[in-house]
Ligand binder design. Structure first.
Ligand SMILES: C[S@@+](CC[C@H](N)C(=O)[O-])C[C@H]1O[C@@H](n2cnc3c(N)ncnc32)[C@H](O)[C@@H]1O
Length: 219
């Protein structure tokens, strides 16, 4: 079977979810998709979000020993890309235990945490612990909403960075809260926007780009 013959089941299921879908629904979809996720997304979508996210983080985080959390890490494609850039102090967090099993096999992470970024419970992580957080493909349709940024800010050290992708269609959809949340946390001086660029995301299929944000956490 060639890469392009892989059944595209996971992505089809995702097309049926929306802003009201529960974290539990997402967890089940990704648990079932985990073993085929990499082939489906890189093969069918030409998904380059993880590679682009790692490249952007490397632009802004010169210290290769920086403690980095890959939040919504999935199967760890971003972690693998960060590892190639020379980063060695990487943790992964995801709601799907099966995705984390595949991530662990990539050998890039020190610690892997199954946790829910969508609240209402806080993340089971200490405050002010990470030098940088990377979130790729997880602030996306039917997934995690903008309110999750509060917890990501809490676990990031002062002057640490949060780098994330955001699809342009979601950015402007009030159901996900980014139109309100981003100006608010900037105005409250919790974060400072260092960079917002348009980057490659899906090279095939719908051929969309994403926005890539780099925020400095001020607290
Ligand atoms: C499109 S995948 C992206 C995975 C990886 N970052 C990548 O770019 O390949 C979205 C990931 O978000 C995770 N996810 C969805 N909702 C979540 C939540 N509430 N908390 C934590 N992870 C969640 C899913 O399990 C899945 O692994």
């Amino acid at each position: 079977m060639s890469e392009t013959d892989v059944p595209f089941v996971g992505h089809e299921r995702l097309s049926k979810i929306d802003a009201n879908s529960s974290p539990e629904t997402l967890r089940k979809i990704y648990d079932a998709w985990a073993r085929k996720y990499d082939a489906d997304t890189t093969g069918h979508l030409g998904y380059v979000g993880p590679v682009e996210g790692a490249r952007k983080l490397a632009e802004w985080v010169p210290d290769k020993k920086a403690k980095i959390l890959d939040a919504g890490a999935g199967t760890g494609m971003s972690g693998a890309a960060l590892h190639e850039w020379g980063y060695s102090n990487l943790d992964a967090l995801d709601i799907s235990a099966e995705m984390l099993v595949v991530a662990e096999e990539k050998g890039a992470y020190n610690h892997l945490f199954q946790d829910n970024m969508a609240g209402p419970e806080p993340l089971k992580l200490p405050s002010n612990d990470y030098d940088a957080i990377l979130v790729v493909g997880t602030f996306t349709k039917g997934h995690v909403h903008a309110d999750a940024l509060d917890e990501l800010i809490r676990v990031t050290k002062p002057n640490g960075l949060i780098v994330f992708t955001l699809r342009p269609d979601m950015c402007d959809d009030p159901a996900y809260g980014f139109t309100e949340k981003l100006p608010k946390i900037e105005a409250e001086k919790k974060v400072e926007l260092l960079s917002k660029t348009t980057e490659k995301y899906h090279l095939k299929h719908d051929k969309i780009n994403c926005y890539m944000y780099v925020y400095k956490v001020l607290k």
